[in-house]
Ligand binder design. Structure first.
Ligand SMILES: Cc1cc2nc3c(=O)[nH]c(=O)nc-3n(C[C@H](O)[C@H](O)[C@H](O)COP(=O)(O)OP(=O)(O)OC[C@H]3O[C@@H](n4cnc5c(N)ncnc54)[C@H](O)[C@@H]3O)c2cc1C
Length: 512
């Protein structure tokens, strides 16, 4: 970096700053110095910043958006086992068992030492967050999964993930972390293979060279980058829909790659079923129908799955994605409609739309969708008419529904062994069809690291002073997100943030 230099004093106690005057009309670049630079103000970045500051480091945290929190604002629970909270519930779950389950699910494609670290460290993360003033209620994300999902309890009247962010922000402020909003990191400052900080630019066009002895990248993965989805995952970006992409374009991962880091071979998406289109609002009643274990057919009118997999959203998303053109339809009749309205849903959309929620606004939303000429929600009086509307072969759909309607009477689903409780016949009154699409909560996989979350080069060499946290991390998954360890992504963010913060703070004490 070549600068025209003109030193200016800077007010902040911790930070020394050099303001570089414009040269030939270029914008000024401000130079800041600190111990640890954190990129990203979500669960991973804020955990890292607080942890580093608790270990005595001066910290500057950069956040691209005008508010902190990233996807973590919408998350609900963190994975952990052997916590005090679980012990109080007499949970028999152990770290060993969770580790074995996670690795089996991942076909041992994940980095075993890293997964072991994340699982072993998980109770310490919950205990650490407890000391910061948060509390947790571990629960099961679905009837198929164990209660590893530690739901964040309210903090100052704020719920779930947003509560965690608010609490960490309070501590960051108290500890003197300098938070720069609307100031994305652009690239790493490198010197002879060493990472010495980042360049950044704020919303007014002011540029910064922020020097630190360690950099922690926690930019939340690549859910908004269609290019990276196409390049690194098995998914066609034109057929998948992001739940909350914000502007997370893989900045951290790409910066690490530029510094010589390698990515792991298992980058993918945390899939879930969903519905997108005219008349469908996220988390409203019609959307919630996309998570129910009711009849699903593909574009041909064939069943293709045990719809009970709705309880394991990642697997359900995979199944829908795998259909021709990734097209599927949820189909129900008036009996199911009445059940969802009067008894309430069998499968929650997380805890934002909990199990048992009565979808009282379903008829109004349906009417609105029809009035808007929705192409993702249809109603019909006969199967043939519905088939025509959804573009399926009428004879095929008739046969599929006739066969499905036999399941409960027979006591068995010969096709996909679905739990017969959920195979409610589709035969009463008006028929409804909602188009299902494969959606994803976030990207999974990223930069290869060691068990201290230090970035590794293609030769498995540690890249000095570069740490990775949260969704920028590789090595934790196989091809699919693991629901058995429910809350793993959010837990991973907090655990890797806590550890990288501490590690980076210790590193800067000895770094030359
Ligand atoms: C609706 C929803 C619900 C979810 N529920 C759960 C759950 O219950 N349990 C679970 O395990 N997971 C859940 N997840 C996933 C979970 O939110 C993420 O795994 C977690 O937030 C990852 O933390 P992170 O810090 O890596 O990323 P984020 O929390 O997304 O934070 C990354 C931050 O980096 C910022 N950033 C990006 N680029 C730059 C840059 N160049 N410079 C500076 N800042 C940058 C972003 O703006 C963002 O604020 C959910 C996700 C969604 C969308």
């Amino acid at each position: 970096m070549k600068h025209l230099s003109l030193k200016q004093a800077i007010a902040a106690t911790f930070f020394s700053v050099t303001l570089l005057l414009p040269a030939f009309g270029h914008a000024a670049e401000t130079e800041l110095k600190t111990d640890v630079v954190v990129v990203g103000g979500g669960a991973a970045g804020l955990s890292a910043a607080v942890s580093a500051a608790q270990h005595g480091a001066k910290v500057i945290l950069l956040e691209k958006e005008s508010t902190l929190g990233g996807a973590a604002r919408y998350a609900e629970g963190l994975f952990a086992v052997e916590t005090d909270e679980l012990r109080k519930k007499a949970s028999p779950l152990t770290k060993d068992y969770a580790f074995k389950q996670a690795m089996e699910f991942n076909h041992w494609e994940a980095d075993a030492a890293l997964v072991r670290t994340v699982i072993d460290e998980s109770p310490k993360t919950i205990a650490w967050l407890d000391t910061l003033g948060l509390s947790f209620n571990p629960t099961s994300i679905s009837p198929d999964e164990p209660p590893t999902w530690h739901l964040v309890q309210d903090y100052k009247g704020i719920h779930h993930g947003a509560a965690l962010i608010a609490c960490l922000k309070d501590h960051a402020d108290e500890l003197g972390v300098k938070i720069m909003l609307s100031t994305p990191a652009l690239d790493l400052i490198q010197n002879n293979g060493k990472i010495e900080g980042v360049h950044a630019k704020d919303k007014d066009g002011n540029t910064y060279a922020i020097y630190g002895k360690a950099v922690i990248l926690g930019s939340g993965g690549f859910p908004a980058s269609r290019e990276m989805i196409a390049k690194y995952t098995r998914f066609d970006p034109s057929r998948v829909f992001a739940t909350a992409p914000f502007h997370k374009n893989g900045d951290g991962i790409n910066m690490a790659i530029t510094a010589g880091a390698e990515t792991d071979g298992h980058m993918g998406l945390m899939m879930h079923p969903g519905a997108v289109g005219k008349g469908v609002m996220p988390l409203a009643s019609l959307f919630s129908m996309s998570w129910q274990p009711i009849l699903w057919v593909n574009k041909y009118g064939d069943r293709f799955a045990d719809e009970g997999k709705a309880y394991d959203f990642a697997l359900a998303g995979n199944a829908i994605y795998g259909q021709r053109d990734s097209i599927a339809w949820a189909i129900w009749d008036e009996t199911v409609q009445k059940y969802e309205i009067e008894t309430g849903i069998d499968n929650g959309v997380g805890v934002l739309v909990p199990i048992g929620t009565k979808l009282t606004s379903l008829p109004a939303e349906e009417a609105k969708a029809i009035a808007k000429g929705s192409d993702v929600y249809f109603e019909a009086d006969t199967v043939a008419e519905l088939a025509k509307k959804i573009g399926a072969d009428p004879a095929k759909l008739e046969a599929t529904i006739a066969s499905y309607n036999q399941i409960q009477a027979k006591g068995h689903d010969d096709a996909f062994a679905k739990d017969v409780r959920y195979a409610v016949p589709v035969k009463n009154g008006k028929l409804h069809a909602l188009r299902l699409v494969p959606m994803y909560f976030t990207s999974i996989g990223g930069v290869k690291v060691d068990t201290n979350f230090r970035a590794l080069s293609g030769k498995d060499q540690v890249i000095p002073s570069l740490y990775i946290a949260g969704s920028d991390l590789g090595g934790n998954f196989g091809d699919t997100y693991t629901l058995w360890t429910s809350g793993y992504a959010f837990g991973l963010a907090a655990t890797s943030g806590r550890i990288t913060g501490a590690e980076a703070a210790e590193y800067v004490k000895t770094a030359k």
